[in-house]
Design a protein around this ligand. Structure first.
Ligand code: PRX
Length: 665
């Protein structure tokens, strides 16, 4: 269906509240505020009840040990295995034939994987990685495209008690080796490449480059995804092993390790305010409890009938919690897709004739698999808006019954467009706020209960406590704006930063003692609903990808021609924020267009193509205060074309004019 633009305008102006839809609410798992009240009355009892939904080999003794705050211990001494919870128990309950993943490759190839098949594949893989020397307590780095072997590899690690560290497939060699070395990983699991935008995107050559500086890695296990469609990849003798040579012949018997609730499940590196990414630590029992609980109730999952699709990449936390661990713990059927939303359609799925690029791949998938819940990011929604409502309109999207959003604040226009053109005005939208550090969703509507407002993430879920405070840490009251904090520990919370206790305390717990500092600005409206306002630190959010200004500045000055660099995030209509870089060249370098591009590309090589600055200005000077501090606010104003306001603290005012001129050219 499609509605004219003026209908959208009317929706935006009607006070912008959307009460739960009667048809949806009548069937919803949660229909009233009872869970909020129960959790309010007995928070730990509430979480204990959620933990009971999992399978435990041995029960816990204490729900929460917070005596060594900020280092939480949830479900102390409890024993469980994440892969057992995600697979075996569903098979044991007679649901082995249920589909775990409907996987679709970008070229149009597909695989359907049932829970029984997943169990066999995970056990074989677990035995194979044991053969490669990995055991309980080790770390494994995973650098893969969105293929079924990726969740299989993660679950195989969990089965034998090794922690994984997934590095997003878009990252460069340096990013892999930094993370691998920090974690001292023994094994790298990768693939020759994956398919993106109609072409192979090769990963193994990047992994090879990384491995030249990773002394702890003994082996690379390599999936053959691209094969003859590209130059054959190099396989280092004695180090590299093909997945198809070692996995298929393994036994499908692999008893799961009995892990402690607080054993490390994974590390996931994320950008902070310094140049060095932090290894966020997630453990076993509390994390899985949080991921499973939030997945079930926020998305209103009915595992026997739903086909759920989180269109994120597993390389980010959203994929960890809401493609792999939450959905599988709930015995849910998911869609997993390898490629991008726009694909060359010429010879896929037997079509042949329709040359050119199609921008309805997602809607085609929704229709063909009968997707019931779709979870994606505002930046994607804004891209779909730009492409036009005619693309989704070509498809029957009536199977959808709920939509989700994550990663950045969703602007009301995008929310309403999503509601009208994708949800057919029938589907509640859950705008879910959380972070890599929180492990799972924290602030979100419950779809059968909450009256939503486009642009607001509503309020904390049952069992979660959030407050907005001012500079001094006093609650601002309703309505009011300030900094978002979390006031009580929660089961999915990070347990620390890998091997950096000080940074953990300093980053999250020092600004407001006793409270977790989120790093986001937020406001309460008069109804007490929370509106997220973006980061208040030097972390940027580019298309939902988290990058720090310092990380990009380090990559810029790593180029031999760069003397100094300053980076700011400026507002961008489609990507939320875009990177603006201001660069001073070392003496003797002539500022040419070629050099400018070379420096931009250098960031792509050092970090990732997603980190390439959208604008890069070569300048002889940077605006500084008299004490020599770069005036970032001023750079942001310049990048966004704003009036500069007060520049009295600026040491040399002429710089502004020369920068303005440089931006305009
Ligand atoms: O600024 C918030 C924004 O994304 C940050 C967390 O980024 P990351 O750790 O990469 O995790 C992203 C996926 C969970 C937050 O500090 N953010 C995430 N979700 C929302 C959001 N901002 C506003 N609304 C959201 N729903």
């Amino acid at each position: 269906m499609s509605r004219p633009a003026d209908a959208i305008e009317a929706l935006l102006n009607e006070g912008r509240t959307f009460p739960p839809l009667a048809d949806f609410a009548a069937e919803a798992l949660v229909r009233d505020r009872e869970p909020y009240e129960r959790a309010e009355a007995d928070r730990l009892g509430f979480w204990e009840e959620q933990a009971r939904a999992l399978h435990w080999f041995e029960p816990w003794q204490e729900v929460l040990d917070w005596t060594n705050a900020p280092f939480a211990r949830w479900f102390t001494k409890g024993k469980l295995n994440v892969s057992y919870n995600c697979i075996d128990r569903h098979v044991a309950a007679g649901r082995g034939d249920r589909v775990a993943f409907h996987w679709e490759g970008e070229p149009g190839d597909t695989r359907t994987i049932t829970y029984a098949e997943l169990l066999d594949e995970v056990c074989r893989t677990a035995n194979a990685i044991r053969e490669l020397g990995v055991g309980r307590g080790d770390r494994v780095c995973i650098y893969m495209p969105m293929i079924p072997e990726l969740p299989v590899a993660m679950l195989a690690c969990a089965r034998i008690g090794a922690a994984h560290s997934v590095v997003f497939g878009g990252f460069s060699a340096t990013a892999i080796s930094d993370r691998t070395n920090d974690a001292e990983a023994k094994l790298l699991i990768t693939a020759d490449g994956g398919w993106r935008r109609g072409a192979p995107s090769m990963l193994k050559p990047i992994a090879d480059k990384a491995l030249t500086t990773c002394p702890t890695v003994d082996h690379a296990l390599v999936v053959r995804r691209i094969g003859d469609d590209a130059e054959p990849v190099a396989m280092a003798d004695g180090r590299d092993v093909w997945w198809h040579d070692i996995v298929p012949g393994q036994s499908t018997e692999c008893p799961p390790e009995h892990m402690d609730a607080e054993d490390l499940l994974y590390l996931l590196y994320t950008s902070g305010t310094t140049g060095k990414p932090k290894g966020i630590m997630h453990t076993t029992g509390g994390y899985l409890t949080h991921a499973a609980f939030t997945h079930k109730y926020v998305f209103d999952i009915k595992p026997a009938q739903d086909v759920y699709w989180c269109a994120a990449d597993i390389g980010w936390v959203t994929g960890h919690s809401y493609i792999v661990y939450g959905p599988l713990a709930n015995g849910c059927t998911s869609v997993m897709y390898e490629g991008t939303p726009d694909t060359p359609r010429a010879d896929v799925r037997g079509g042949g004739e329709r040359a050119g690029w199609d921008k309805d791949r997602l809607w085609d998938i929704v229709e063909r698999y009968g997707v019931t819940q779709l979870y994606t990011a505002p930046t994607a929604i804004r891209t779909f808006m730009k492409w036009g409502a005619e693309w989704p309109a070509k498809h029957d999207l009536s199977s959808l019954r709920l939509l989700g959003s994550v990663g950045e604040p969703i602007n009301p226009e995008a929310w309403v467009w999503y509601h009208v053109h994708i949800g057919g005005e029938r589907c509640p939208i859950v705008d879910t706020w959380w972070q890599t550090e929180t492990g799972g969703i924290m602030i979100s509507p419950l779809p059968g209960v909450t009256t939503t407002k486009p642009g607001s993430a509503s309020g904390p879920l049952p069992g979660i406590s959030a407050e907005i405070v001012d500079e001094e840490g006093n609650t601002v009251g309703v309505p009011g704006g300030g900094y978002l904090t979390l006031t009580e520990p929660w089961p999915g919370m990070l347990r620390g930063i890998w091997r950096d206790e000080d940074r953990f305390r300093e980053t999250y717990w020092s600004r407001y003692p006793g409270r977790y500092f989120v790093g986001d600005g937020a406001k309460w409206d008069a109804d007490g609903d929370i509106w997220l306002l973006g980061r208040v630190d030097d972390v940027m959010n580019i298309s939902g990808h988290r990058l720090s200004t310092t990380e990009i500045e380090s990559a810029l000055v790593d180029h031999p021609a760069v003397a100094e660099a300053a980076v700011v995030g400026r507002a961008d209509e489609r990507t939320g924020q875009a990177i603006s870089a201001f660069v001073i060249l070392c003496g003797g370098n002539v500022p040419t267009e070629e050099l400018r591009q070379e420096i931009r590309n250098h960031v792509g090589t050092v970090i990732s193509p997603i980190a390439k600055p959208a604008d890069l200005v070569l300048t002889p000077e940077l605006p500084k205060t008299r004490s020599g501090k770069i005036m970032r606010r001023l750079l942001r104003d310049l990048a966004e074309g704003r009036d500069l306001g007060d520049t009295t603290t600026l040491a040399d005012r002429e710089i502004v004019e020369s920068l303005r001129a440089a931006i305009d050219t």
